[in-house]
Design a binder for this molecule. Structure first.
Ligand SMILES: N[C@@H](CCC(=O)N[C@@H](CS)C(=O)NCC(=O)O)C(=O)O
Length: 340
């Protein structure tokens, strides 16, 4: 009996050591491998989807490239690992991916119980509903009895249940795994309603044969702060992800762009820009990165505003306004702490 207890304790100790090793040193692992592994969507236009050549593109895909530029000095050294709503945290926590950049909502349970760290919020969103115009529905309150396409393993699923229960409405869920499946089912009329993050609705609608035949209802029923996620237990890695993101915000605020970063990196009369781009101080070394990590990030993908406008902004098919994602200086929530 004693022996069994001893073996169990020893095994637990080995497992504990094993898991702390697996959780620490992500930066070294990525460097040794020469490749950053980003967990992304299976396919969401504008955010992370494969183009005609099979290459991942989009807002989240570019934040992954920005991270590779900072860490490896080369934005192309990335491997994209597609994940559904259900599989993403297992892939992250098992160590198959280094960071999750995938329309993932920061919640209490995911932070505390799933044991992950949300390093930033790269898109402030909320859940909405889309219906075919021909149904004549004007408000979510009229959706009693509807069939609803819903992605499993998401906050969407939980919010939907809460919303219908509080409004004393019944619905029939049509559970699905991927956005692609959701679009197919919704367009085939197998559900009356598609509900997900409002950005995801806009992205999906842009791919429809006739987008104007579908309307997004006025109700936004939740807060969906979406952002990059890392495993618990590796603060250095969490810091890198957080400050790569902050750098894209700081660059936008201070007017550093893809086009002018090489010039600005030589030195400017703004000390904060100089610290961000490595012309002054040693912020890079504090993160375990090269001096010019910030220059590499902006040279590869541009600042936050440039990334936003290129993939999902008002001049794209997806056509999202900055809204809550405007910089704080323009009335939005995007705000980087100081680079000092
Ligand atoms: N933000 C929600 C929903 C995330 C989600 O899975 N959204 C869908 C629709 S916007 C998506 O990203 N799908 C991509 C895919 O299926 O791979 C969450 O974190 O649970």
């Amino acid at each position: 009996m004693k022996k069994i207890a001893f073996i169990t304790a020893a095994t637990a100790a080995v497992l504990a050591i094993g898991s702390s090793v697996a959780n620490a040193g992500t930066l070294d692992d990525v460097r040794k491998r020469g490749e950053l592994r980003c967990i992304v969507s299976t396919g969401l236009p504008g955010f992370a989807y494969t183009d005609a050549a099979g290459v991942y593109q989009g807002f989240d895909a570019d934040f992954c490239r920005a991270t590779a530029a900072a860490v490896l000095g080369d934005a192309s050294k990335v491997k994209f690992i597609p994940a559904t709503g259900k599989t993403r945290f297992t892939i992250l926590n098992s160590g198959e991916g280094d960071v999750l950049w995938r329309n993932t909502t920061y919640t209490f349970v995911r932070d505390v119980d799933v044991k992950t760290t949300f390093a930033a919020v790269n898109y402030y969103d909320g859940q909405g509903f889309m219906v075919p115009k021909k149904l004549g529905v004007k408000s979510a309150k009229e959706l009693g009895g509807a069939t609803v396409c819903i992605q499993t393993g998401t906050t969407t699923e939980l919010n939907l249940a809460d919303y219908f229960r509080s409004n004393k409405l019944k619905y029939e869920p049509v559970p699905i795994e991927t956005s692609d499946e959701a679009r197919t089912n919704y367009l085939a009329g197998r559900c009356d309603v598609y509900t997900t993050d409002a950005s995801g609705l806009a992205a999906s609608r842009a791919t429809f044969p006739t987008p104007k035949d579908h309307i997004i209802l006025p109700e936004i029923i939740s807060k969906e702060p979406l952002g990059p996620v890392v495993r618990h237990g590796d603060d250095q890695w969490g810091d890198i992800i957080r400050w790569v993101f902050n750098l894209t915000l700081g660059a936008e605020e201070l007017g550093v762009t893809k086009a002018n970063v090489a010039e600005m990196a030589k030195g400017t009369n703004n000390p904060e820009i100089n610290r961000m781009l490595g012309a002054e101080g040693d912020l890079g070394a504090m993160l375990g990165l090269e001096k010019d990590w910030g220059t590499k990030v902006i040279a590869a993908v541009g600042n936050y505003g440039e990334i936003f406008e290129r993939h999902i902004g008002k001049d794209t098919d997806i056509g999202l306004e900055r809204g809550l994602n405007a910089l704080w200086t323009n009335g939005g929530l995007q705000y980087s702490p100081p680079f000092r």
